[in-house]
Design a protein around this ligand. Structure first.
Ligand SMILES: Nc1ncnc2c1ncn2[C@@H]1O[C@H](COP(=O)(O)OP(=O)(O)OP(=O)(O)O)[C@@H](O)[C@H]1O
Ligand SMILES: [Mg+2]
Length: 458
């Protein structure tokens, strides 16, 4: 009789199991299969199933008692904003980010704030000693009376402690360091992460305790471990930033209790993460006004307008085809902008390298930054700076070189005025409907050619 296989290969994206290693999974992901013990994957799957298993059958929607969506104040208004107004009771949030970015710091700050306001909080760490955590708490002012630290890696002990202590909030730092003794595979494996996250979810939901789980990311910035965990939890936050500048940006990629367009901005300091309320000022602190290749522009991050700088560098390339590289601007968008500039202004960038950088690690989602990026590239290529350093430039660039209006230019103008800018160059479509009565002067341009004439020095 053929021996039953002992191991199985599991896709870390979707959890699909295959008896042999596959290059591509049925979910379309490449190179995601990890070897696991059969018994472990079965146990992990049964834990997952238990999570959704309500004993009762279908219920009338009108008769279901509503969950009280009361939210807890994290004491960090930037975090409240990203979460949609605070932490929803009984919700599970995953926070991911590169090593050393400040995940443990922000969660310890949050845990201390919640402990001061609402009562007992458990900070469960599988990767640091109590002394290390105390050291951090000393530094960041996190010595709250009701904050308890528990260093443990075994899931079953952790669950027992949570049930017994019944905190209002708990933190798990990190899910990759936990292991369930019901499985034999190592912590951090697909089955372990899957089972641990599912069990934490079950306890959090059953007892109505809000919780945060830290998750590590791999080199490419994806969550290390199964994607399935991201589907499981209520909210997925990412913490990122330019380490050198100390800026940290928090974004929600998924939020079952709010929108995902708001960002939170922080500065890493000796005393922990400090909130940046006036992000435009911080972003403009190191701007290089009046230098070629630098253009001041504005973007919306969620509901707030931000004034920031976009920089470009154009240099001769050693290769016959120049490099196109951008930070903060989508590479497809950059290629399109370069193509429009070539076509409409009769330029040739074929053997030129083009670099574009949006300041402060901000990655604007809209297309309102197109015109500023185009002017920055032209300014870098021609060596002509923007004529008026007190001018900001906004607008979307169309394929025919026309400028398209962007939503909410008045609020951008308000922010620009607050920051001391006197003029705003924007698409004619926006100019025609201009209602702003402030001091800022609005100048409309129909297409890229007109915008260049109105912005760059002769
Ligand atoms: N004494 C200090 N003064 C100022 N900043 C500090 C100090 N100690 C640590 N930091 C900052 O805190 C960061 C580490 O923060 P933290 O441990 O919260 O990160 P993490 O995301 O939890 O990291 P890991 O992935 O290793 O768990 C360091 O990179 C550094 O920027
Ligand atoms: Mg940490």
């Amino acid at each position: 009789m053929a021996k039953k296989p002992q191991t199985v290969f599991v896709c870390s994206e979707c959890g699909y199991e295959s008896p042999k290693w596959l290059g591509q999974c049925i979910c379309g992901a490449w190179n995601t299969f990890r070897e696991e013990k059969v018994s472990d994957t079965t146990a992990a799957a049964s834990i997952m199933r238990k999570l959704s298993g309500h004993a009762a059958g279908p219920s009338k929607i009108a008769e279901i008692t509503s969950l009280e969506h009361s939210r807890m104040d994290t004491g960090v208004s930037e975090m409240n904003r990203v979460l949609g107004g605070g932490i929803v009771k009984g919700s599970l949030t995953l926070i991911s980010g590169e090593p050393g970015i400040g995940k443990s710091t922000i969660l310890l700050q949050t845990a201390a704030n919640i402990a001061r306001k609402y009562g007992k909080v458990l900070y469960i760490s599988g990767e640091e000693s109590p002394e290390q955590i105390k050291l951090r708490a000393d530094r960041i002012g996190g010595l709250a009376e009701e904050l308890y630290v528990f260093t443990e890696n075994e899931l079953e002990t952790i669950l027992e402690t949570i049930e017994e202590w019944n905190p209002v909030f708990f933190v798990i730092d990190s899910v990759q360091t936990l292991y369930s003794s019901r499985l034999t595979s190592a912590s951090g494996s697909v089955s372990q992460v899957r089972a641990c996250a599912a069990e934490i979810m079950r306890v959090s939901k059953a007892k109505g305790i809000a919780a945060f789980i830290v998750a590590h990311v791999n080199k490419s910035g994806d969550l290390a471990g199964p994607k399935i965990v991201e589907h499981l939890v209520d909210t997925v936050l990412n913490f990122s930033g330019e380490r050198n500048h100390g800026f940290r940006i928090m974004r929600a990629y998924k939020n079952r209790f709010g929108n995902t367009s708001e960002i939170g901005a922080f500065q890493m300091t000796q005393e922990g993460l400090r909130e940046i309320e006036d992000l435009s000022s911080s972003l403009l602190e190191e701007s290089s006004k009046g230098v070629e290749g630098a253009v001041t522009t504005a973007v919306y991050e969620g509901s707030r307008p931000l004034i920031l700088e976009v920089q470009a560098l154009v240099a001769g390339s050693g290769a016959s085809f120049g490099r196109r590289s951008s930070i903060g601007l989508d590479s497809g968008r950059l290629n399109m902008i370069v193509a429009v500039l070539e076509k409409k202004l009769g330029l040739n960038f074929t053997n030129r390298d083009i670099y574009v950088n949006v300041a402060g690690g901000i990655k604007p989602e809209g297309t309102g930054i197109d015109l500023a990026a185009a002017i920055a590239i032209l300014s870098a290529a021609t060596g002509k700076p923007v004529a008026d350093p007190g001018m900001i430039i906004i607008g979307e660039l169309g394929l025919t070189g026309e400028l398209r209006g962007i939503p909410g230019p008045e609020r951008i103008a308000g922010e620009a005025q607050r920051m001391g800018f006197g003029r705003i160059l924007l698409p004619m479509k926006n100019r025609e409907k201009w209602h702003e009565k402030g001091k800022i002067e609005a100048i409309g341009a129909r297409d890229i050619l007109e915008a260049v004439k109105l912005s760059l020095q002769d």
